[in-house]
Design a protein around this ligand. Structure first.
Ligand SMILES: *[C@@H]1O[C@H](CO)[C@@H](O)[C@H](O)[C@H]1NC(C)=O
Ligand SMILES: *[C@@H]1O[C@H](CO)[C@@H](O)[C@H](O)[C@H]1NC(C)=O
Ligand SMILES: *[C@@H]1O[C@H](CO)[C@@H](O)[C@H](O)[C@H]1NC(C)=O
Ligand SMILES: *[C@@H]1O[C@H](CO)[C@@H](O)[C@H](O)[C@H]1NC(C)=O
Length: 305
């Protein structure tokens, strides 16, 4: 790709949404694209023009082309919402705040059919699994005789990843498709972990953590071992997935979260604003910021092939 084609769009999440919103006539509130994907598209837009944008319930699709009349890059970058990888009751990209979370750990086709034929697939699934147990459905959501089982989280995660890896084995041509799995994204909710008052969190933080190999208790390393062993097993079956391990570099960045400055789904009340250390978002990341680095790593892997 050649440079100087097009001015880079505003890189804050809001700015980016506003720009896209204008072209698509969609309310920015409908957007579920987050962090890494937003910035990845923005990064590509610095070099090529987005020819068309399609937004459907599950999908956001960006067709790319060169700004000249001849379409040189007939490609798309897509975001697909399936927070637990496998089918779940949280699959609606807009209405997914469901406290009683249920997965069909053995069913992935509903999502995976959209992944067929891609040249590059980038997966990740972690935060939505952060609980002690997951309710797993054996049967379908429509089936009245479906069996529900509460399964310990590492075990249910393993079941889901098994379904995912089986799908890859039988549906993806590893010679044609590059596969990536992003490791877990850490959170910064408990100040005492980096030596400040235990009631405080990422709010007001302006410097990274400097302690070497720092890791907060929000990071479940056992879950990442499940990822590693699944991917190792898949590699023995001839399908290689490259793990992009962004966990440690992100662990240090207690200063990288939007805290109270994010766009809220519901505006914070006066009481909430008066209590920032309680209502701060210490999960997502500011743009520009940490996810840029993830994307730099991702593009380095893609381009080095
Ligand atoms: C671009 O790709 C789409 C989907 O693969 C295809 O239908 C279309 O013909 C292609 N257009 C050009 C100009 O190659
Ligand atoms: C990534 O790095 C973390 C921290 O260094 C480690 O615990 C984990 O096992 C690694 N692998 C994955 C898949 O996260
Ligand atoms: C945030 O930082 C400011 C300036 O250092 C300080 O006055 C304020 O008390 C801090 N608030 C919290 C909740 O730590
Ligand atoms: C940090 O982790 C690396 C890799 O596991 C290790 O070589 C190094 O000794 C660790 N440093 C400290 C201070 O624990």
């Amino acid at each position: 790709m050649s440079s100087n084609k097009k001015k880079s769009p505003s890189l804050t999440e809001e700015g980016f949404e506003a720009e896209m919103g204008k072209k698509t006539q969609l309310s920015p509130r409908k957007w579920n694209l987050r962090n890494q994907f937003n910035y990845f598209v923005a990064m590509v837009m610095a070099f090529v023009t987005i020819a068309a944008i399609t937004l459907t319930a599950e999908n956001a699709r960006f067709w790319l082309e060169e700004s000249s009349a001849v379409a040189e890059y007939n490609a798309s970058i897509e975001f697909y919402w399936s927070p637990l990888l496998v089918e779940s009751n949280s699959d609606d990209p807009v209405h997914h705040r469901i406290p009683d979370r249920i997965v069909r750990a053995q069913s992935i086709e509903k999502h995976a059919r959209y992944w067929m034929g891609a040249d590059i697939l980038v997966f990740n699934s972690y935060l939505w699994w952060r609980r002690d147990k997951m309710k797993v459905l054996f049967g379908s959501f429509e089936d009245k005789d479906g069996i529900y089982k509460e399964i310990e989280i590492h075990r249910s995660y393993e079941l889901a990843l098994k379904t995912w890896s089986d799908w890859l084995e039988f549906n993806v041509d590893p010679l044609k498709t590059q596969l990536f799995f992003m490791s877990m994204s850490p959170t910064h909710f408990w100040g005492e972990e980096w030596g400040i008052n235990s009631g405080l969190n990422c709010y007001n933080e302006t410097e990274p953590i400097t302690k070497e190999n720092y890791s907060g208790r929000g990071s479940d390393h056992k879950m990442m071992q499940v990822v590693e062993s699944t991917i190792e097993g898949l590699s023995k079956r001839g399908v290689n997935v490259q793990i992009l391990n962004i966990t440690q570099l992100s662990e240090y960045r207690k200063d990288g979260h939007p805290s109270v400055y994010r766009k809220q789904w519901e505006p914070l009340t006066k009481e909430q604003l008066a209590n920032p250390s309680r209502y701060a978002d210490c999960i997502h990341w500011c743009l520009p910021g940490v996810p840029d680095v993830w994307n730099e790593l991702l593009s380095a892997y893609i381009l080095s092939k």
